[in-house]
Ligand binder design. Structure first.
Ligand SMILES: NC(=O)c1ccc[n+]([C@@H]2O[C@H](COP(=O)([O-])OP(=O)(O)OC[C@H]3O[C@@H](n4cnc5c(N)ncnc54)[C@H](O)[C@@H]3O)[C@@H](O)[C@H]2O)c1
Length: 349
């Protein structure tokens, strides 16, 4: 007897890398970044109702592999993600990811997707959402130090959400800077390649650091950062991996995602346990002040939190409706008689 067809719930929509790229182009990259910033912001406003835990990290000499779960009580999500700074020297990505959404009522998965591209999009959208609340008003120029996989996404999200129109670039590898300049040409940004990080930050109101190095690094020193700057630090996201000199933090108003995770992984791991931080969700929901005045240095000490992935996954699920940008995968064993898992196996002989 042929095996019965799997039930509807047994088939899980799967978004491959190829289909994610189609979906992004169908929506438009910049539009998607702006929409992601909005859905992430909406979930930051309901921050308190989410399950929250620092991500589960498995460290090695070469990098880290992490699981990032959360739930809003109706939908559960998790992301598998790695960070391996030496990978790019071997022709591999530093960060790769995949993610899953499930319905809490049954525990059945409802979406399985690539998340390497989606992580770059959601990280940039989160940075831009934070800058919308923290950067000086009317910021037009941003500097990006570290011109790897995340850089173009960061530039376009800041353009779409904050209105920046000039990007100043620096990387220790000039080929990386050339790549970003080439990729951004024709996308409505003036791009300037700079010979040093000092040169890159000249005239910038927003500085994004997105370098990858598994050690305490000093991408910005205290004397480089003047008044009225917003720093978006995304590369310091692991124990022992930071980008800013601690003296900058002594002068900055620092904003974080989830303090128990950021205290371990963020720039603030360099500071005492009582170093004051403001949770970004409180600024977004009007409970805490963001930029106090034009002269302050604001720092978004971004490490990436599970709720941002949840928002991005739910956005993708909504945007998939009515499209062909997914396949249905038979990944859940789901016999007609739920107690007869063994019988289903036997019938398949
Ligand atoms: N906060 C988050 O949510 C989040 C999300 C994704 C990635 N990240 C982190 O962002 C960083 C960048 O990720 P990526 O995927 O773009 O990595 P990548 O390896 O593709 O690019 C990193 C770039 O930094 C450059 N670099 C290294 N040291 C430098 C220095 N001292 N000065 C200038 N440039 C330097 C490298 O040459 C490379 O081009 C990583 O550390 C990653 O872990 C954070």
């Amino acid at each position: 007897m042929p095996a019965p067809l799997p039930s509807e719930k047994a088939l899980v929509p799967f978004v491959s890398v190829e289909n994610m790229m189609r979906l992004v182009h169908h929506i438009g990259i910049e539009t998607m970044l702006v929409e992601l910033a909005d859905v992430i912001e909406a979930d930051f406003r309901r921050w308190e109702l989410f399950d929250k835990t620092p991500r589960v990290a498995s460290h090695s000499r070469e990098g880290v592999i992490e699981l990032m779960p959360t739930s809003d009580g109706e939908i559960y999500s998790f992301k598998y993600v790695n960070g391996h700074p030496k990978n790019s020297g071997q022709g591999l990505q530093t960060v790769t990811a995949l993610g899953l959404l499930a319905e809490v009522s049954t525990g059945y998965p409802v979406l399985l997707t690539e998340m390497t591209l989606l992580t770059a999009l959601r990280t940039a959208a989160t940075s831009a959402m934070a800058a919308r609340h923290l950067a000086p008003k009317g910021a037009r120029t941003m500097a990006i130090i570290g011109n790897g996989a995340q850089a173009e996404f960061q530039a376009l999200a800041m353009k779409g959400v904050v209105g920046t129109d000039h990007v100043r670039l620096y990387d220790i590898d000039p080929l990386a800077t050339e790549k970003v300049a080439r990729n951004l040409s024709g996308l409505g940004l003036t791009v300037t390649a700079c010979p040093s990080s000092q040169a890159a930050i000249e005239g910038a109101q927003i500085i994004t650091t997105c370098t990858a190095d598994k050690q305490y690094a000093t991408i910005l020193t205290d004397n480089m950062v003047g008044a009225g700057i917003h720093i978006n630090a995304i590369g310091g996201d692991c124990p022992g991996k930071t980008e800013l000199h601690r003296d900058i933090l002594l002068r900055a108003d620092t904003f974080v995602e989830y303090p128990p995770q950021t205290r371990i992984e963020g720039e603030i791991q360099q500071m005492d346990a009582d170093y004051p931080v403001t949770e970004l969700w409180k600024v977004v929901s009007g409970e805490a002040e963001g930029r106090r005045d034009a002269g302050r240095i604001t720092l978004f000490d971004s490490v990436g939190f599970a709720i941002e992935d949840f928002s991005a996954l739910r956005y993708v699920r909504d945007r998939l409706e009515g499209t062909r940008f997914y396949q249905e995968l038979d990944v859940i064993a789901d016999p007609d008689d739920p107690r007869d898992l063994f019988g289903m196996l036997q019938r398949a002989r």
